[in-house]
Design a protein around this ligand. Structure first.
Ligand SMILES: [Zn+2]
Ligand SMILES: [Zn+2]
Length: 145
């Protein structure tokens, strides 16, 4: 199969990246060269990004790394944030964290850190901006999108 971007079939490896193809499918098959310059490919970890429902993409390993480094702040953020959230947002966030913990075995602090890290890497914001936005808007809506 040829690269769906440059049309060449000579590269030694090809990979699917989560870029919407013009035929409507959610992944595009790319050669090494096209993949490495694609915005949906992580050159630090040499892996394609994972795609999200809203069309954004991010590297899973980069999210994990950032979340691990944020974990120590997570408890403070959650304890400051939960009291100021509207009831519905609070309930949704708690349900998500508890459900995710049952599913993955991760502790609550890591799950919240993953939430922040994922949103930051998908949106191109840094994590401080994501946290600031949560507190300013007193809503978790934008991280659930
Ligand atoms: Zn190509
Ligand atoms: Zn990465």
């Amino acid at each position: 199969m040829n690269c769906e971007q440059c049309g060449l079939g000579t590269s030694e490896w090809f990979t699917y990246v989560p870029i919407k193809h013009k035929d409507g499918k959610l992944n595009t098959y790319l050669c090494r060269v096209c993949a490495s310059v694609s915005k949906a490919y992580c050159t630090i970890h040499s892996v394609p990004h994972i795609g999200f429902e809203d069309g954004s993409t991010a590297c899973k390993k980069c999210i994990d790394m950032l979340a691990t480094s944020l974990k120590e702040f997570s408890e403070k953020w959650m304890s400051d944030l939960l009291p100021i959230l509207p009831f519905e947002d609070k309930r949704k966030l708690q349900e998500y964290i508890i459900g995710n913990s049952l599913l993955t075995g991760n502790d609550y602090n890591l799950i919240f850190a993953l939430f922040i890290a994922s949103k930051a890497n998908r949106s191109g914001l840094n994590f401080e901006e994501v946290v600031e936005k949560l507190f300013k808007e007193k809503s978790t809506k934008f991280i659930f999108i």
